[in-house]
Design a protein around this ligand. Structure first.
Ligand code: ADP
Ligand code: MG
Length: 707
């Protein structure tokens, strides 16, 4: 398609973006080198404009332009915007793909997607033969998948055979980032050129508060405080929109509720009819929000109304909202971290880094001078906030990516070109888990089962359970559960105490219907009951269930079933027989995937995990097994929530015999054997130290009498 023929009304708007003046030079720079780093202030037009420039310059003659985003909302929202700018229907020339939602077609030339999706595509097509250009966006975010993609693309190009295999034209790779670390990126990609888009940022005055100090790391007082500060800004500052940075969906919803209540007070105090008092338009923004609601965020508020967006970190760099003049910064972020106390990844609220705080403040100075109100103290800034955010690769579980790498033929995962190397123990931990799931053998080579597992966009443990179920012919029990665990929380928990009681009662009743108290079975039952209902949305309303989440679960289940069918037709699929009742079969399949999440009741209501960490855990109040602890001995669980206590959530009672043969697997394997490379590099002294540490972690023998 020739690019000169279409002109949209949005075009005048996009001509004012800083990137516009550099259009020709940018296109030229992409043409003339394999790798290119592009940097520029957030909001300069990199994400929305560069793909269009390349499209118009004819880059789509040979293939698609693929742009990755670490966040799914960003991929969807930006694709919508670009489709609008290019005046085409979303899913046609411009489309997006995120996990479980593919909005592309044969015609798609500009494809926005999550970094995880591109990683899956490389598995199916290592030469990326569909693409003429790959743009890795938001590289400064340092998401796990983007980091791995950087290493993979570097590796593909260091091997000329692979780089041209299956393609008739050279692939171009553009790496885009806010201004941080560009030299490091260029050095990593064979000293490639850097294209810096000069931007103009206006000064932002930052003030510190006193509400959150070094002692408040674990308190949740920041929600009330941001509300208070946002209202102060609203009543005392000149016109201009407000952007509040909070941590996650529930905190954001709570803050919005509080703002609604308090905003009414303002109207009351100042007399609603007094036109000099601006109204406040309150808009939440977080990952799992419906897209039509997200669109509102970008629209300018009606005249005389001030917009107040309450957002997660997504508004820090991924999405730019015009008109923001005031920032209210909570100083916290919700982050997936490997928690060494419990030995698994946990979603935690932690202080942001100083560089992140600066980035947040910068959002107020895009088009004019702005103000940033930090609710935390200078002391908090100095003592609790690290200089930079630690890249995800250095703080989360690598199990899934290591399996992907192994399936891509990267056997030596220790010496893979990492932009920042993860600690070796994390790599070893991942290998150990994969071995426990039978995805790799003792030599670290992928097994047939591992090759099946990698096809599912799920956590390896959950995949393992699904595959076990499929091999005994009861996938109908596990696929819905896997789907329900892959969507946002389905249970509605209203803020109002009376309604909360009602909802809790309903949820308990649903759990009781299954006959056995087991949270996984409840998920299955909710799925089935709703699906077979004549009026599913009304059924959800009656039972305080999120209809939107369930609709997604239905679609996810279908997609997982399709993957399974495809694999069953294509490959030799393991088959087993099982006699026993359905409830036992169901729970045994779960055990195959969750045997590293086993806990045994120790005293009273306290359970002890059996994964070598021996953490003391409690059943979360949201579980149907809460308050039934006395009747339990052994349980498995889906995840944990760490507050002052460690809670296990989505729990299922099991019998010791079902995990008896699996549990030793958690301890028997010598991690060094799995990574022959690591073994060569480790000194004997280190090895002995490691062994001693492992031995100390081992729980005392468990007697079968406990069962
Ligand atoms: P960068 O990638 O350099 O941070 P973007 O391309 O994301 O910049 O943003 C460029 C401009 O496009 C910004 O002014 C932003 O507000 C606008 N924009 C992006 N997405 C949307 C949208 N969905 N609706 C309205 N404006 C948008
Ligand atoms: Mg961008």
């Amino acid at each position: 398609m020739s690019g000169t023929s279409r002109r949209s009304p949005k075009e005048t708007e996009s001509k004012h973006l800083p990137i516009y003046r550099h259009r020709d030079k940018l296109v030229q720079a992409v043409k003339s080198s394999t790798f290119l780093v592009v940097t520029g202030e957030t909001g300069s037009g990199k994400t929305t404009q560069l793909p269009q420039y390349l499209h118009e310059a004819g880059f789509c003659k040979d293939g698609r332009i693929g742009i990755t985003q670490p966040r799914r909302v960003a991929a969807i929202t930006v694709a919508q915007r670009v489709a609008q700018e290019m005046q085409c229907t979303l899913g046609k020339e411009v489309g997006y793909q995120v996990r479980f939602d593919d909005c592309t077609s044969q015609d798609t030339q500009v494809k926005y997607m999550t970094d995880g999706c591109l990683l899956r595509e490389i598995l199916a097509d290592p030469g990326l033969s569909q693409y003429s250009v790959i743009i890795l966006d938001e590289v400064h975010e340092r998401s796990l998948n983007t980091d791995i993609l950087m290493g993979l693309l570097k590796k593909i190009f260091s091997d000329p055979d692979k780089a041209t295999k299956g393609r008739s034209f050279p692939l171009k790779v553009v790496v885009m980032s806010a201004t941080l670390e560009t030299e490091k990126l260029s050095a990593f990609l064979s000293d490639c050129p850097v294209f810096a888009i000069p931007g103009r940022a206006f000064p932002v005055t930052c003030t510190f508060g006193s509400a959150v100090g070094p002692k408040d790391i674990e308190s949740t007082a920041y929600v009330k405080e941001v509300v208070k500060v946002a209202l102060d800004v609203h009543t005392s500052e000149m016109a201009g929109d407000i952007l509040v940075f909070l941590t996650g969906q529930s905190e954001i919803e709570r803050a919005c509720d509080l703002l609604f209540e308090k905003a009414e007070c303002i109207d009351y105090r100042y007399d609603v009819h007094d036109r000099t008092v601006e109204g406040l338009l309150i808009l939440p923004l977080y990952g799992s929000m419906p897209t039509d609601q997200q669109r509102q965020i970008f629209q300018p508020p009606p005249k005389g109304i001030r917009k107040c967006v309450v957002a997660t970190n997504i508004a820090a760099t991924s999405l730019t909202i015009n008109g923001i003049k005031y920032i209210v910064d909570s100083g916290f972020v919700k982050q997936l971290n490997h928690n060494s106390r419990v030995g698994m990844d946990v979603l935690e609220v932690v202080p942001i880094s100083k560089s992140e705080a600066q980035q947040r403040a910068g959002r107020a100075g895009r088009t004019s001078p702005g103000k940033c109100f930090r609710i935390f103290s200078k002391d908090f800034w100095e003592t609790c906030m690290p200089e930079y955010t630690v890249p995800e690769i250095q703080r989360t579980s690598l199990t899934a990516v290591v399996l992907t790498l192994k399936c891509l033929g990267v056997h030596d995962v220790v010496r893979f070109p990492y932009l920042d190397r993860p600690e070796e123990r994390f790599i070893l931990e991942a290998l150990k888990q994969l071995y426990q799931f039978d995805a790799i053998d003792r030599r670290g080579t992928v097994t047939d089962l591992g090759k099946l597992m990698v096809e599912f966009p799920l956590h390896p443990g959950l995949t393992r359970a699904v595959l076990r179920a499929a091999s005994v012919g009861c996938e109908d029990l596990l696929l819905p559960v896997a789907a329900m665990l892959s969507v946002e929380n389905i249970f509605i928990r209203p803020g109002h105490p009376e309604k909360q009681k009602q909802a809790d009662q309903r949820h308990r009743a649903l759990a009781a219907k299954t006959g056995s108290m087991n949270d996984f079975a409840t998920l299955l039952s909710v799925f089935q009951l709703c699906k077979s209902s004549d009026r599913p949305s009304a059924w959800c309303k009656d039972n305080w269930i999120h209809w939107r989440a369930l609709k997604s679960a239905f679609s996810v289940e279908t997609q997982l079933r399709e993957i399974l069918l495809r694999l069953q037709q294509k490959r030799d699929f393991p088959a087993e027989t099982f006699d026993g009742n359905k409830s036992e079969l169901f729970r045994r399949c779960l055990c195959t995937g969750y045997f590293n999440n086993v806990a045994r009741r120790s005293v009273g209501k306290v359970f002890c995990t059996m994964d070598g960490h021996g953490s003391m855990v409690h059943i979360h109040p949201s579980s149907s097994l809460f308050d039934q602890e006395a009747e339990l001995n052994w349980v498995i669980f889906h995840d944990v929530l760490v507050t002052s206590r460690v809670y296990i959530r989505t729990v299922c009672p099991i019998r010791y015999e079902w995990v008896k043969d699996l549990l030793p697997k958690l301890h028997e394997v010598d991690v060094y054997e799995l990574s022959s490379v690591a073994r060569e590099e480790v000194t004997e002294e280190e090895m002995v130290k490691w062994e001693m540490k492992e031995a100390a972690k081992r729980p005392s023998e468990v007697s079968a009498a406990d069962a």
